[in-house]
Design a binder for this molecule. Structure first.
Ligand code: UT7
Length: 330
């Protein structure tokens, strides 16, 4: 029989440097009032120059391994969901493998933007189904400050850097804590142009000795993305609940992608879930893309919002477009 998967350990890491809305007021035409009311964000963390996605992933991974009671040598696979890898080649996954000191095991990145962590979880549980002895590290990590256009006020206030990691392994029975009940992934490539980082790709290659333009940074049609984010996350949450004969009343905590407090509130209304059952930390970290859900998951657990028996619904939405939901049983 195919093995089921569970989260064996969780961990997250954000860099020390905190950037407030007031700090951004000094470099661009914006206000704390606008950012707070339109997004709910008050602060975000930025990595120092030279710190890469794999460095943040390493810190989060070591915490997840400790939480799992494992050492790096226990891992069998590494997956790094990110849209801001250290480099195109080698992948952040391979760099992280080297930093963990565990040569040999398969290591790779996943490009699914803000939904990358849930895409990574689905990969992990497929690996566990194939290899029941597997311990898969999913370390979602982003240094989005490296792809932020600080001359574009509509995007530069939104993002932050950080990493969240889990170790996924087989579980024996339905009572195992952290069990992955189900995962649903979707994508709609027709809407890809609404949220892009094109510069440096094969269709927009870098040219020697030319200056780079805004296409090298996150570009977004914010209002359109907002609408699709709410609709798509609501749909994929309803679908996974229906598929598993559950309703939102069965869910103890919803952990949505942390992009904007208004998106989270609109999602809560569409799902008919009261704010006390929705986890929010976008105020402190901003949008950390692929890292947002695992950071929130680890923080929610650390704060006692997830206890034995809790059913947790995760959902995310991002560039691609990609969208996903996951049901967990603790
Ligand atoms: O993680 C992937 C998914 N990403 C998201 O989910 C983000 C989705 N989008 C959003 O969160 C929101 O659309 C934004 C926060 C990006 C923008 O909020 P909005 O309420 O949709 O504002 P808007 O883009 O419609 O702009 C309203 C006004 C504009 O001025 P005018 O044209 O009305 O005079 C903007 O120029 O706000 C202005 N504006 C700003 N003002 C001060 C835009 N950015 C800023 C800013 N400070 N930082």
């Amino acid at each position: 029989m195919t093995k089921q998967s569970a989260l064996k350990g969780l961990g997250f890491h954000v860099p020390d440097k905190i950037v407030s809305n007031q700090d951004l007021e000094k470099i661009i035409d914006t206000t704390d009032e606008w950012i707070t009311t339109r997004t709910g964000i008050k602060t975000r963390h930025y990595a120092e120059p030279g710190i890469g996605t794999s460095d943040l992933a390493l810190e989060a991974s070591l915490k997840a391994l400790k939480d799992a009671g494992m050492s790096p040598g226990d891992l069998t696979h590494i997956i790094v969901p990110t849209f801001t890898p250290d480099s195109y080649v080698p992948s952040a996954g391979c760099i992280l493998q080297h930093k963990l000191g565990i040569p040999g095991i398969p290591s790779y990145d996943i490009a699914a933007a803000c939904s990358g962590f849930l895409y990574g979880l689905e990969n992990a549980r497929a690996l566990v189904a194939l290899h029941p002895e597997a311990n898969v590290l999913v370390a979602a990590s982003e240094v989005i400050s490296s792809r932020t256009n600080f001359k574009d006020r509509s995007t530069c206030v939104l993002f932050g850097d950080g990493a969240g990691a889990v170790v996924v392994g087989a579980c024996d029975n339905a009572a195992s804590p952290g069990r992955i009940i189900d995962i649903l992934l979707t994508a709609d490539g027709a809407l890809g142009e609404l949220l892009t980082v094109k510069g440096g790709g094969s269709c927009t290659p870098p040219l020697l000795d030319t200056t780079i333009g805004p296409e090298y940074f996150v570009q977004m049609e914010g209002r359109d993305v907002f609408k699709h984010a709410v609709r798509s996350m609501a749909t994929v949450c309803k679908d996974i609940l229906a598929k598993n004969s559950l309703s939102t009343d069965d869910i103890d905590l919803v952990i949505p992608h942390q992009a904007n407090i208004r998106i989270i509130q609109s999602l809560g209304k569409k799902l008919n879930v009261s704010p006390d059952r929705i986890f929010v930390n976008v105020d402190r970290y901003g949008n950390t893309s692929a890292a947002s859900v695992p950071i929130a998951l680890a923080e929610a657990r650390d704060q006692g919002r997830i206890t034995p028996g809790s059913k947790v619904l995760l959902t995310s939405f991002g560039g691609g477009f990609t969208c996903a939901s996951t049901l967990l049983q603790f």
